[in-house]
Design a binder for this molecule. Structure first.
Ligand code: C2O
Ligand code: CU
Length: 445
């Protein structure tokens, strides 16, 4: 696995994973000739940046800012993103996390493209089919490059937006590593101190919470009724109003919540293994008091929330493929050093199982976590429907996800339709774990 250090996957692995028919990834592209409705340019470059606490660091940025510019488009738009690399020596790519683009646009170095070297350019093009909250990040040496700041948000709005009265706020949560030691500084964007936003009572507020940390993170709103209206960009069917619940969001995952600004101030804060963020206080006036959140509140359960709705498959469906994947860790050698490796069915990439499917297949995967760490499992190019959690069928709104946290001891059955041909990654989004073995390929035969 030595070569993984430089390209996340090498081309040899890719060829081995392609079928004899040699479906070329290069032909599975987005719209190449239609006029783009939005054209963005993202230049990867090093930059000194400052957190709100005053701490400075060398970040790896898009256009000199981190998080990178928010890409906000409308459903149905043709999106063109021109990636340029100024000075990131190991090369960069852009992966559209949660966005099911054609395979050649997926931005995985060594699999769907070569990384873009300093001075180089790469053009991504795709149609904005899915609505909702997504993010983008480099997928070349992701463990290092995401932590250094090569990420941003991607928001897709309905074509006819009737939402202009809603205050729409994106919270991109991250954990910075300011020094080479092991400690982290958690923040929302570059804000690692308490932030304030002035909002008039009565205003509907939509928070788009994106967890760009490697760790699962627990978010809390102080005492105010709210609805969880989307998970990983997918609308919840008939969400009910809840209150005093912690939101547990997987690394790479997104929750959209909606509340009406009350007369009293509201605070959003969060915590994870990386630490506690003071968060944001929403209030009518700068001078309002700072409310506390209650650590003893129960955790919101997405598996029982909202109303049932027809889905293309369910727990009783007959699946064309059925994969059982045991997540664990063990000691082993990596780049000549004895390290903790993260395994799937006892193996590290590239010896992990290959998920081979046919176009049109209904595919079930069962994740069993026998280890001691959380593993946010992220599938590229497809949406997974959660069928059951620890043997208990989901009963609420269909729970579609692209980043599913599997906690120690947990078992999840999920399913997806193989409807996007190519070679795709399925990996843990604790990006260190992915680098240390917990990575698979999904491939079409
Ligand atoms: Cu967000 Cu394969 O990554
Ligand atoms: Cu993991």
């Amino acid at each position: 696995m030595g070569s993984m250090h430089h390209q996340e996957m090498d081309m040899k692995t890719m060829h081995h994973s392609m079928s004899d028919k040699e479906v070329s990834v290069a032909t599975l592209t987005g719209p190449r000739t239609k006029k783009a409705d939005h054209r963005f340019e993202l230049v990867a470059q090093k930059k000194q940046v400052k957190l709100s606490s005053g701490k400075t660091m060398e970040a790896w940025t898009f256009n000199g800012v981190t998080p990178g510019p928010q890409l906000r488009v409308k459903q149905g738009d043709i999106v063109e993103v021109v990636l340029k690399n100024k000075d990131i020596t190991d090369g960069v790519t852009i992966h559209w996390h949660g966005y099911n683009v054609p395979n050649a646009e997926d931005g995985v170095a060594g699999v769907t493209q070569d990384s873009v070297q300093p001075g180089g350019t790469h053009v991504y093009r795709f149609e904005a089919k899915q609505l909702g909250t997504f993010w983008y990040h480099s997928h070349q040496q992701s463990a290092k490059q995401v932590i250094k700041g090569l990420f941003g948000s991607l928001i897709v709005e309905p074509k006819e937006s009737t939402q202009s009265h809603i205050k729409d706020i994106t919270v991109l949560s991250h954990a910075w590593q300011l020094t080479e030691d092991k400690s982290f500084t958690p923040s929302y964007g570059l804000s690692d101190t308490l932030d304030r936003q002035i909002i008039k009572p009565g205003t509907p507020v939509r928070l788009r919470i994106i967890n760009a940390q490697n760790y699962p993170q627990t978010f809390q709103l102080s005492d105010v009724p709210f609805k969880v209206i989307a998970i990983d960009g997918n609308d919840i069917h008939s969400p009910t109003s809840i209150k005093n619940r912690k939101l547990f969001i997987a690394g790479g995952g997104r929750y959209d919540v909606l509340f009406t600004m009350p007369k009293k101030p509201v605070r959003l804060s969060s915590q994870s293994d990386a630490g506690v963020t003071p968060g944001i206080v929403f209030s009518e006036k700068q001078t309002h008091s700072i409310p506390d959140t209650n650590e003893n509140n129960p955790v919101f359960d997405p598996s029982q929330y909202g109303k049932k709705q027809q889905t293309p498959f369910n727990l009783n469906s007959k699946f064309d493929r059925d994969f059982k994947l045991i997540l664990d860790s063990r000691a082993g050698f990596y780049n000549g050093k004895l390290r903790l490796l993260y395994t799937i069915n006892g193996q590290v990439f590239p010896n992990t199982p290959m998920l081979t499917v046919k176009e049109g297949d209904f595919v079930k995967t069962t994740f069993v976590n026998r280890g001691l760490d959380h593993h946010p499992m992220h599938l590229h190019g497809h949406l997974m429907l959660v069928l059951s959690q620890n043997g208990k069928p989901t009963t609420g709104s269909p729970w579609w996800t692209d980043s599913l946290d599997v906690a120690p001891g947990e078992v999840y059955e999920v399913a997806f339709k193989a409807d996007n041909p190519g070679v795709w990654m399925d990996h843990c989004h604790n990006l260190w774990h992915a680098e240390m073995g917990m990575t698979m390929h999904l491939n079409y035969e």
